[in-house]
Unconditional design. Structure first.
Length: 200
């Protein structure tokens, strides 16, 4: 994340995203695929690192070998019937400054975490009265002899992060078409250089 200054001098926390150019690598239809959609690809990969099925897939779309992709995504409604195979979609073709969008990505993986970090528990309490190792403990997790089990959905320690997350209502602050950059207010899920999907 970074921050820029607004027209009235306020500091706006924002995220810079490289949005495209994306190439249409497949146009799907109901007859052959069972649904109507287009497939967008993003990113560069050397031809020697691309397997033969992918190379043939790109040749069908009339894309050059140097523009082989590393990501594929299907979009059913946004561009249906509006673009052709092999077309390039750039950030200025979809978004304008002032638009609102949603960002979908995979959140940062944080490994196995306790209940204090994972769920915001306060811990058992004070460090007095002999509780030398109970500060970040979860406390009681079940009932008495009935039902004699831990209920489903009990918040406990476990793997945290590395989940699909959608952040809603991010405002487009600025678009830089020369660099294919879009600046949105707020944060987006994932680490640096990770892939996100922008939905209008």
């Amino acid at each position: 994340m970074t921050s820029i200054f607004g027209p009235e001098g306020e500091s706006i926390p924002c995220t810079v995203i490289e949005a495209g150019p994306c190439v249409v690598t497949q146009v799907k239809n109901a007859a052959s695929d069972g649904y109507r959609a287009i497939q967008l690809s993003f990113g560069d990969k050397k031809e020697k690192h691309t397997n033969k099925p992918e190379v043939g897939h790109f040749k069908k779309a009339n894309t050059t070998a140097k523009r082989t992709s590393v990501e594929f995504r299907d979009f059913r409604t946004e561009f249906d019937g509006k673009v052709d195979l092999g077309a390039e979609i750039r950030v200025q073709d979809v978004f304008v400054e002032g638009d609102w969008l949603d960002a979908v990505g995979t959140s940062k993986g944080k490994g196995f975490q306790g209940v204090v970090k994972r769920h915001g528990f306060a811990g058992v309490g004070e460090a007095t009265h002999g509780q030398h190792n109970r500060l970040r403990a979860p406390g009681s997790i079940g009932n008495a002899s009935f039902p004699a089990r831990v209920m489903k959905g009990m918040r406990m320690a476990g793997r945290m992060g590395n989940d699909r997350v959608k952040v809603l209502n991010l405002r487009v602050i600025k678009i830089m078409p020369e660099q294919n950059l879009i600046i949105v207010s707020g944060s987006v899920p994932g680490a640096k250089n990770s892939t996100v999907i922008l939905e209008k």
